[in-house]
Design a protein around this ligand. Structure first.
Ligand code: SAH
Length: 242
């Protein structure tokens, strides 16, 4: 009777930690969003899988708690880190009435870090992570956070930069940042990190970035006033060379 909440890292099994692999091996049932279950299915042929589509997060975690209460060892999987826009919080909330039920959260590499590695070294110093999804956060709050991060000259990592309904949100985000920062901040776009078709693009200004097409498998990193492009990589110097 146990639940592991496991961050799988950005892509396939080679991006997973040993601790995550071990938790999946020890589990009887693996529960997650269909796409992530598909990424790990072949590696664990003897497991039971419960795969549900997007927006069924609460049902999925409730099922996990029920199965664990029946005696199974269950792994709830999230891509990246399960505690960053992932399932760790909701599992702990749903397990609140059952303090005897052990929940172990296992970290994974979040898209900010795996994406930064593809782009170079843009995070090195203080950075802010902001999701542009307004499904669970009012857009006004997202705008306020973007403005505050830009005022603080933080490097800004954008998760969920677009969806079918929110196709112009990256444009809006760039416009807010440009009110507080120079338009010529460099930025990076990285798609399908650790998965088939991984690719990245560096742009030298926010005016360029605001015109880019992004999707839900994209992470965007906007540099700060110190960030430079070095040999087509995005680098925020930490200041060692001074
Ligand atoms: N728990 C995840 C984040 C889930 S929110 C993590 O820690 O990485 C979903 C958003 O994360 C996507 O819209 C995208 O912005 C980013 N993301 C997650 N995996 C990604 C990947 N493999 N490549 C690019 N972006 C990714």
């Amino acid at each position: 009777m146990k639940i592991y909440v496991v961050g799988l890292g950005p892509g396939g099994p080679e991006q997973m930690t040993n601790r995550a692999q071990e938790a999946l091996r020890k589990s009887d049932i693996l529960v997650g969003y269909t796409l992530y279950i598909d990424l790990i299915k072949d590696q664990f042929p003897d497991k039971k899988f419960i795969a549900t589509p997007m927006k069924k997060e609460v049902d999925r975690c409730r099922t996990a708690v029920e199965k664990a209460l029946e005696g199974a060892t269950v792994a709830v999987v999230s891509s990246g880190d399960a505690g960053v826009y992932g399932m760790a919080g909701i599992v702990l909330e749903l397990a609140e009435p059952y303090p005897f039920l052990e929940v172990e959260v296992i970290p994974g590499t979040t898209a900010a870090c795996s994406g930064a590695a593809v782009l170079g070294a843009p995070l090195i110093h203080d950075f802010a992570v902001i999701s542009l999804s307004d499904l669970l956060t009012p857009w006004e709050k997202i705008e306020a956070r973007l403005a505050a991060a830009a005022q603080g000259d933080f490097v800004i990592v954008l998760y969920n930069p677009s969806s079918i309904k929110r196709h112009d949100y990256l444009k809006k985000a760039c416009d807010i940042v440009m009110r507080h920062q120079d338009a010529d901040l460099p930025a990076g776009i990285v798609r399908s990190i650790g998965r088939e078709g991984e690719n990245y693009e560096i742009v030298s200004s926010l005016t360029e970035l605001r015109e880019k097409k992004v999707d839900m498998f994209t992470t965007v990193i906007i540099g700060n006033s110190q960030t430079r492009v070095i040999n087509n990589k995005l680098v925020t110097p930490r200041g060692y060379k001074k």
